[in-house]
Design a protein. Structure first.
Length: 432
């Protein structure tokens, strides 16, 4: 066989091999640059895990610790980056064809670690992990691209230096639910439709997680912008450390009034913790930097939200709250040492054009629906919009019909799976 034929065969074989290699979604180059120049904070460690091996065509899933928190996927010449607390962690890699491998690693604060996921050339050990030294790890990162994963925006801050980032274990679970696939209907964009969508899963004050809240907000925003006619530039989405008290005040109190015109449509969604004021029972949303011990100073009052919305000349205003305000657990928090309250959400100035749907009554807690990767209430909210014919021809929502679907579904699942009473509430609506 002459050299020309040998070369053709080699090129063909290489092309076949590369074409058979699936790839993971890759982050934009700007994010990749930031990720490669990050510095670990003093109280946490920076952990890179990469695959720099062309020897196998597969997407490998990465898990963390005993509860197997999904951290992302790798393919050839890609990497992930996380922040982790010091201590002993377990990193697991798994592939449907090659099995899995678990590697314990002792992490020290202020350090950077490079973990290689590779494919040994033996049948007894098909997938593996190992700690690489700094020079090897840096070279591998230069040759790799950052893979996209849930929570990446929380890690990559301006300048590539980490200042305020949730722990790696704070990353939302990317459980794929049926409601994460967008509805097939798509309405004509309404230039006078505006929305503010907030999802706060982890908090600066080390409050309990509001499981799946950030993911709730992400999917709600996609429904609004990609199917329900809300222009992307008219939808503000605030998650985790982008939902400071100052951010919430700016958008609720000023941005809406500056933009919403007469006969406009407004949609407000909040997923995260609520808290009561233990002195008077008033209900508050808890921003990322909120402190339930000083809730009057650091929270955003529900009554203030209704007051701001009441000043708008919009034709329709919908408020959806996947939160609770009793302080009894779930998606609610309470000042240290205080006892849970039996309260009702205060609605002193709600206007006729406002409809408010909340996840539970004042003395109940709002649950997460773990197997679906959403808040229980939000899951059925999305499912109702997607499947139950509750939207009008112009893309607006028939709230009574939607509530009629959500309420029994949430009550049933809460009682059956969590031995808990959760009764969604609807104030206003009654529109044809």
């Amino acid at each position: 066989m002459n050299n020309h034929k040998v070369m053709l065969i080699l090129i063909f074989s290489l092309c076949m091999m590369l074409s058979a290699c699936p790839s993971v979604p890759i982050a934009p180059s700007e994010m990749d640059m930031k990720a490669k120049n990050m510095k670990p904070p003093q109280d946490k460690a920076l952990l890179y895990i990469y695959q720099n091996d062309w020897g196998h065509g597969s997407k490998v899933s990465i898990m963390l610790d005993d509860d197997n928190r999904f951290m992302g996927q790798l393919s050839n010449h890609s990497y992930l980056v996380w922040l982790v607390n010091p201590g002993t962690h377990k990193i697991a890699v798994t592939d449907k064809d090659l099995g899995s491998k678990i590697m314990p690693i002792d992490i020290k604060a202020g350090q950077t670690y490079y973990i290689e996921q590779w494919f040994p050339r033996s049948f007894s050990n098909m997938i593996d992990l190992k700690v690489a030294d700094k020079l090897v790890g840096l070279k591998a990162l230069e040759e790799s691209k950052l893979a996209m994963y849930e929570g990446i925006d929380s890690v990559l801050l301006t300048g590539g230096v980490i200042e305020k980032v949730p722990d790696a274990v704070m990353v939302s679970s990317p459980i794929k639910s049926d409601v994460d696939e967008l509805p097939t209907f798509k309405y004509t964009p309404n230039k006078n439709a505006y929305a503010i969508v907030i999802g706060i899963e982890s908090y600066r004050q080390k409050l309990p997680k509001a499981d799946f809240a950030a993911h709730d907000a992400k999917i709600i925003s996609e429904y609004l912008t990609k199917t329900m006619g809300y222009p992307e530039e008219n939808v503000i989405t605030l998650t985790n450390d982008r939902a400071l008290k100052s951010d919430i005040e700016k958008y609720f109190d000023r941005w809406l009034s500056n933009n919403v015109e007469e006969n406009g449509r407004v949609f407000i969604y909040y997923s995260g913790h609520g808290a009561p004021n233990t002195k008077n029972g008033d209900a508050y949303l808890v921003p990322y930097d909120g402190d339930p011990t000083f809730i009057a100073e650091t929270g955003y009052p529900i009554a203030r939200l209704y007051e701001s919305l009441g000043k708008l000349k919009a034709k329709e205003i919908i408020v959806v709250l996947d939160s609770c305000f009793s302080g009894g657990g779930g998606r609610s928090v309470l000042a240290k040492g205080a006892k849970p309250l039996l309260i009702t959400i205060s609605t002193p100035s709600i206007q006729k054009n406002i409809s408010v749907m909340s996840a539970s009554s004042g003395d109940q807690i709002s649950s997460a629906y773990e197997e679906k990767g959403h808040g229980l209430f939000t899951y059925f909210l999305l499912k109702g919009i997607k499947n139950e014919n509750v939207t009008r021809p112009d893309g607006s929502i028939k709230m009574d019909d939607l509530f009629g679907y959500i309420k029994p579904q949430v009550e049933r699942v809460a009682r059956k799976q969590y031995n808990n009473e959760q009764t969604p509430q609807l104030i206003g609506a009654k529109k044809n």
